[in-house]
Design a protein around this ligand. Structure first.
Ligand code: CP3
Length: 346
C-alpha cells in the first residue's frame, strides 16, 4: 500500500499499512510558500486563478508529506456565485448581510460548474500535478455554516441575526437553507466530476445549536445533500465542531466518515459510531508544543483511536497561522512512524 491508496482505504473502513494523515487548512498562512504567493495576490484572486490555487494545493502536499490533497478554495466561493458580496479582510470575511425575505429571495440558485468554473479547472490541474501520488479532496460549507456568514455578514460570537432568523422567521430561514443545500450539492458533484476522489462538508459552527434545533435546521439539509450524491463512488466526510453535544445527530446524516473536533475522546466516538470511519482530532494548538511533548499528544490520539481500521488522523479544526511549519511536518511523519505495521514475512 502507498500514499495513493491509504486515505481512501481508511475512508472505506479497510485496513491500511499505517494511519493516513492530512491537515484541515493545510495550505495556508503558516507556510512561507503560501505567504509569498498571497503577498502578491488578494485572497479571492488566488482562489480564482487555477494555476495559483493548484500551486498552493500541491505545495502543501509536497511540504508536509500528507496522504491527501485538498483543493485550495473557500466555503464562501459558491456564495459569491449566488450573488452575495464577499470580501476577505485581515479580520476575516466581510459580507453584505442578508437579513430579510427579499434578500434571501434575491439569492440565485446557480450551477457552480458554470459560475465558478475556475474551481473545477484548478482541480483538474491539481490532479495532473499530483500524478496519482495522493487523492484530492473537494469540499463545501454546510448550509447552516454558510447561512451564518450570509446572515451575520461575517464571523460572529453569538450569532444574533442568524439565530434571530431561525427562531423568529423560520420560513425565511428554511428558504435560505434549502437554496444553500441545492448549490452545495451541485458544487460537490461538480468537484467530483472534475476529479476529486473524496468530498468533505464543513459545518464549522454546528455547535451554536442544541440537538433539537440542529435536527430542525441542519440535519434534513445534510441528509439531502448526502443522498443526492449517493450515486458518486467517492467517500463523503462530514466535519463539525460540536461533536460532544451533537454526535447522536451527526450519525444520522449518513456520511461515510465523521470528522470530529478535539473536545471529545476518540475512544468514546468510536464506541458510539460503530464501524463508521472517524477522522481527527488533535487540538490544533498542540502544534505549539515542542516536538517531544507534541509526539506524546499524537500518541494519545492514536491510542484513543485504537487498532480497528477506519481512522484518518487530522486536527480537530484547521491549522492556525501561528504554527511552525516544521511541527506540522513532524506531526505527519510521527503519525506514519508510530503506526507503521510490520511487513508480513514472505
Ligand atoms: O484546507 C485547505 O488547505 C483548503 C483551503 C480552505 C480554506 N478555507 C482556505 C483559506 C478550506 C477547506 C477552507 C474552509 C473554510 N473557510 C471554513 C471551514 C473550515 C474551518 O476552518 O472552520 C470556513 C469557516 C471558511 C471561511 C473563512 N475563510 C474564514 C472564517 C476565513 C478567515 C479566518 C481564517 O482562518 O483565516 C477564511 C480565509 C481563508 N480561507 C484563508 C485560507 C488559507 C486565509 C486567508 C488569507 O490568506 O488571508
Amino acid at each position: 500500500m502507498t500514499r495513493a491508496t491509504r486515505f481512501l482505504a481508511a475512508c472505506r473502513g479497510e485496513a491500511t499499512d499505517c494511519t493516513p494523515v492530512w491537515l484541515m487548512r493545510q495550505a495556508g498562512r503558516y507556510q512561507p510558500s503560501y505567504q509569498a504567493i498571497r503577498g502578491k495576490t488578494s485572497f479571492f484572486t488566488l482562489c480564482q486563478t487555477p494555476e495559483l490555487a493548484a500551486k498552493v494545493t500541491l505545495n502543501a502536499v509536497e511540504e508536509l508529506g500528507v496522504d491527501a490533497a485538498i483543493i485550495f478554495s473557500d466555503i464562501l466561493v459558491p456564495l459569491q456565485a449566488m450573488g452575495a458580496k464577499v470580501e476577505m479582510t485581515g479580520a476575516g470575511p466581510k459580507l453584505e448581510a442578508l437579513r430579510d425575505r427579499a434578500a434571501v429571495d434575491a439569492l440565485r440558485v446557480v450551477e457552480p460548474a458554470q459560475e465558478v468554473p475556475y474551481v473545477m479547472e484548478a482541480i483538474r490541474q491539481v490532479k495532473a500535478g499530483l500524478a496519482g501520488v495522493v487523492p484530492q479532496i473537494g469540499f463545501a460549507g454546510a448550509p447552516l455554516t454558510l447561512a451564518s456568514y450570509l446572515v451575520e455578514g461575517g464571523g460572529s460570537k453569538s450569532f444574533p441575526y442568524l439565530k434571530g432568523m431561525l427562531f423568529a422567521d423560520p420560513e425565511t430561514a428554511h428558504v435560505l437553507l434549502d437554496k444553500l443545500a441545492t448549490v452545495v450539492s451541485r458544487h460537490l458533484r461538480a468537484q467530483a466530476e472534475a476529479g476529486c476522489e473524496a468530498l468533505q462538508l464543513f459545518d464549522s459552527w454546528a455547535s451554536i445549536l442544541n440537538p433539537r434545533d440542529y435536527r430542525e435546521f441542519a440535519l434534513p439539509y445534510l441528509q439531502r445533500i448526502i443522498s443526492e450524491l449517493s450515486d458518486l463512488d467517492v467517500p463523503k466526510i462530514f466535519f463539525a465542531q460540536g461533536t460532544a453535544s451533537l454526535l447522536d445527530v451527526f450519525v444520522e446524516i449518513g456520511a461515510d466518515v465523521l470528522s470530529v473536533d478535539w473536545c471529545v475522546d476518540l475512544h468514546a466516538v468510536r464506541a458510539k459510531v460503530g464501524e463508521t470511519p472517524v477522522q481527527g482530532n488533535l487540538d490544533p494548538t498542540y502544534l505549539f508544543m515542542d516536538q517531544p511533548a507534541l509526539e506524546a499528544r499524537i500518541r494519545e490520539v492514536l491510542d484513543q483511536a485504537g487498532d480497528a481500521p477506519g481512522h484518518i488522523f487530522n486536527l480537530g479544526h484547521g491549522i492556525l497561522p501561528q504554527t511552525k511549519p516544521e511541527n506540522a511536518r513532524f506531526l505527519v511523519d510521527a503519525v506514519h512512524r508510530l503506526t507503521q505495521k510490520p511487513r508480513a514475512e514472505g
